[in-house]
Ligand binder design. Structure first.
Ligand SMILES: Cc1ncc(COP(=O)(O)O)c(C=O)c1O
Length: 437
C-alpha cells in the first residue's frame, strides 16, 4: 500500500459516521439499527429496537450472561473493524508503524477527547483503567511524608493496593474508610454518602489525596462525585477519579465532575476491543503527575506520564468505529435501558425474604450494575457456591464480588443484548433459592 492510500485508509478509519442508521459494514450480515425517536425512558422499553441492537452481538447460548461488568462484548461491526485493522496492521507492519502511527494517534486522541469533552492535550490512550489509574496514583507528586491518602472499601482492589503503596513510595499514610451500606429497611441516600465523606475527611484532617470510584464495581453504587470533589477541593485535597464503569453506561462529563485526574476505559460500556483506556489530566495540573519513570523530565505532555511500549494499535484504531456504533444507540438510551433491565429483577428481589439489594433505586445512584446478598452469606466460599448454583442449576451467569467491608456479594450486570426474559430467569432462580431459606 502506498503512503497515500495508507493515509486514506487511516483517515477513513478516523471519520465517525453521522448517519442516523448504522450498518454493519461491507460483508457483514447484521441488519441496520434504526435510531429510535422519543425519550430515553420510552426507548428503554422499546423491545423492537433492542432486538435490533441485540442482532449486533454474537453471544454464547450456553448461559444467560448477566455478568457484563468484566468487559463489554464488542458489537459485530466493531469486532469486524478490529479484525480488519488487525490484519491490516499486521500486513503493513513497520511500514505503517514507523511512518504514520504518530499521526494516527494524534487523530485518535482528538476523537476520544471530543467524545469525552476534554482537550486532546489532556489525555493519553492506555490499555485500560488500571494502567491509567496506577500512573496517576503512582505519579502524583504533591505528597509529603505523613500526608494522609484516603480510599474506601468499595474502591477497586488494584487501586487500593496502589494507594497503600504510596506509603513506601512517598511516605504517605494510607487510610481506608468503609462505606455505609443499605439494609433491607433503610436505603442509602445522597445525603448519607455526602455525610460519610464529610465525616471521613473530618476524621482525617491531614488528607491530601482522595481516591473516588464513580460507579462502583462491587455494588453498582454511583456516588455524587461533583459534590464530594468540591468538598475535597475546599480542603485543599486532590481527587483521583476511577471512572472505569462510567463511560458508555451513564452520562459522564469530566468537567462537570470537577476532578483533575481521571482514569476510564472504553472496553466496558463503550464496547471497544479489550485494551482501550484513557488517562485524563487537567492541563493546569500536568506537573502534579511525575513523568513516567523520569522519562522526558520537565515535559508538560500527558503522553509523557505513561509509557507502555508497543501497544495493540489495532484495538486503539478501532475506537472510531466503537464510538460510531455507540453513538447510534446513545448514552442516554443505553443508561435508561440498563436501568430498566435492572429494575425488572430488583423490584421483585426487594420483596424476597432473606435477600438485600445493595444499591438504592434512586436513578442518580445506580444504573445497570447491582449486587445482592443473602442474609448472613458473607464469605467468598458461600458466594462462590451461590454464583455456581445460579449458573449450573439455573443457567444464569453472575459473579461473586469480594470488596465491601460488610462481606462478599453477588453482582448482576445486564447488557444491551439482554432481554426482559433474561431478567425473569434470574428472578425465578432467586425465588426458588430464597424460598429455601
Ligand atoms: C472500578 C474499576 N476500576 C478499575 C478497573 C480496571 O479496569 P481494567 O481492567 O480495564 O484496567 C475495573 C475493572 O473492572 C473496575 O471495575
Amino acid at each position: 500500500m502506498t503512503s497515500l492510500s495508507r493515509r486514506k485508509f487511516i483517515n477513513g478509519a478516523l471519520v465517525a459516521g453521522t448517519a442516523s442508521v448504522v450498518s454493519a459494514g461491507a460483508g457483514a450480515s447484521v441488519p441496520p439499527i434504526l435510531k429510535p425517536a422519543g425519550s430515553a425512558d420510552s426507548v428503554a422499553t422499546d423491545e423492537k429496537f433492542w432486538h435490533a441492537v441485540a442482532q449486533n452481538y454474537d453471544v454464547t447460548n450456553d448461559v444467560t450472561n448477566l455478568e457484563n461488568g468484566y468487559w463489554g462484548i464488542m458489537a459485530t461491526p466493531v469486532l469486524q473493524e478490529y479484525q480488519r485493522l488487525t490484519a491490516w496492521v499486521n500486513r503493513e507492519n513497520t511500514h505503517f508503524a514507523r511512518w504514520d502511527l504518530g499521526k494516527t494517534y494524534v487523530g485518535l486522541r482528538e476523537q476520544v477527547a471530543g467524545f469525552l469533552n476534554v482537550g486532546a492535550d489532556e489525555i493519553a490512550l492506555t490499555r485500560g483503567a488500571t494502567e491509567a489509574l496506577q500512573a496517576l496514583i503512582g505519579g502524583y507528586n504533591k505528597l509529603s511524608p505523613g500526608d494522609t491518602v484516603l480510599y474506601a472499601d468499595l474502591d477497586y482492589s488494584e487501586m487500593k493496593t496502589a494507594m497503600r503503596w504510596l506509603a513506601d513510595r512517598r511516605g504517605a499514610v494510607p487510610v481506608k474508610v468503609n462505606f455505609p451500606e443499605p439494609t433491607k429497611n433503610k436505603s442509602l441516600t445522597e445525603k448519607d454518602i455526602l455525610s460519610f465523606y464529610q465525616q471521613s475527611l473530618d476524621a482525617n484532617p491531614k488528607t491530601k489525596l482522595l481516591l473516588l470510584t464513580h460507579l462502583n464495581n462491587w455494588t453498582g453504587l454511583i456516588i455524587p462525585v461533583a459534590k464530594i470533589a468540591a468538598m475535597a477541593k475546599a480542603r485543599g485535597i486532590d481527587v483521583i477519579l476511577d471512572a472505569a464503569h462510567s463511560v458508555g453506561q451513564v452520562d459522564f462529563d469530566i468537567e462537570q465532575l470537577g476532578c483533575d485526574f481521571v482514569g476510564v476505559n472504553l472496553h466496558k460500556w463503550a464496547g471497544a476491543p479489550i485494551g482501550c483506556g484513557v488517562v485524563y489530566i487537567n492541563k493546569e495540573h500536568v506537573q502534579d503527575i511525575d513523568t513516567y519513570m523520569a522519562k522526558s523530565p520537565g515535559s508538560n505532555k500527558v503522553t509523557a506520564r505513561i509509557d507502555t511500549g508497543t501497544v495493540n494499535m489495532a484495538a486503539h484504531m478501532a475506537i472510531p468505529k466503537t464510538l460510531e456504533f455507540h453513538n447510534q444507540i446513545g448514552t442516554a438510551n443505553k443508561e435508561a435501558r440498563l436501568r430498566y433491565l435492572r429494575s425488572l429483577w430488583v423490584d421483585k428481589a426487594r420483596g424476597m425474604k432473606g435477600l438485600t439489594v445493595l444499591t438504592p433505586d434512586d436513578p442518580a445512584m445506580v444504573a445497570g450494575l447491582t449486587s445482592f446478598r443473602l442474609d448472613g452469606v458473607t464469605t467468598t466460599e458461600a458466594n462462590n457456591a451461590l454464583m455456581k448454583r445460579l449458573a449450573t442449576e439455573f443457567g444464569v451467569l453472575t459473579t461473586r464480588r469480594t470488596g465491601p467491608a460488610t462481606g462478599d456479594c453477588i453482582r448482576v450486570t445486564p447488557s444491551f443484548y439482554n432481554t426482559p426474559d433474561d431478567m425473569m430467569k434470574l428472578v425465578d432462580a432467586l425465588k426458588i433459592i430464597t424460598n429455601e431459606l
